[in-house]
Ligand binder design. Sequence first.
Ligand SMILES: *Cc1c(COP(=O)(O)O)cnc(C)c1O
Length: 235
Amino acid sequence: MSVEVFVSIAENINEVRSRITAAALRAGRKDLEAIKLLAVTKTVEIGPMEEALAAGISCFGENRVQELVRKAPYFTQEIEWHLIGHLQTNKVKQAVNQAALIHSLDSVKLAQVISESAKAQELRVPVLVQVNVSGEESKFGLEPQEVLDFLQEIAHYPGISVKGLMTMAPRVADPEEARPVFRGLAELSKQIRQRDLPEVSMQWLSMGMSNDFEIAVEEGANLVRVGSGIFGPRR
Ligand SMILES: *Cc1c(COP(=O)(O)O)cnc(C)c1O
C-alpha cells in the first residue's frame, strides 16, 4: 500500500519562492523583489486557488479565455489575471476585459484586433510578445529575428502597450538544456531595450515553468509561470 504524503499548496509556494530566491542569488541578481510568481491555474478548481491566495499569491495565469472568464466571478479579492495561452481573435474581447497582461501576442492581426477591441472599451492593454526561441514547430510565437520589425509595426497601435517578451522552452529531461532558450530571450530583450522604441517597454521577461524556472531566473526572468509545482500534477 502506498502512503500519500500531503504537501500543502502553501508549502509548495514557499518552496518555489525560496528556490527562486536561491537562483537569483546564484546569478548575482539584485532585483529579488521584482521577480513575480504567476500561479498557473489551468484545470485548477476554486478551492486550491483560494489556498494559493491565502498563501500570498496575487496573480493567476490561465491559458484559455473561457476558463479565466468562468473562474473570475468566484473571487472578491484583488487578483491580477494573466492570459498565457494562444489567443484566437474571436476571444479577444473577453480577454481584453479581464486580463491584466496578455503574454501571447504573436501576430500583427492579433495586435490589430486587440488594439481595436481595447480602444472601443477605452482601454490600453498590456501585452508581451511571445517568441519561439527554440524554433520548435509545435510552439507559437514569432521567430527572434522577426521581433524588431514586428514591434516597429505594432508599437503605435493605440489599444496595446508592449511590456516585454515571453517564451516557452522545450520540454527536456534536464532543465539545463533550456538555458540557451532563456539566454536568447534575455539577449533579445536587451537588444530591443537599446533601440529605445517609443511605446515599447521591456519591463517583463516571462519565462520559466515548474521544470525549469530556476534556470530561467538565473538567466534574468522576472515573471515566472508555475502551475504543477504549486498545485500538483494536472488531471
Ligand atoms: C501550463 C503552462 C505553464 C505552467 O506549466 P507547469 O509545468 O505546470 O508549471 C506555464 N506557461 C504556459 C504558457 C502554460 O501553458
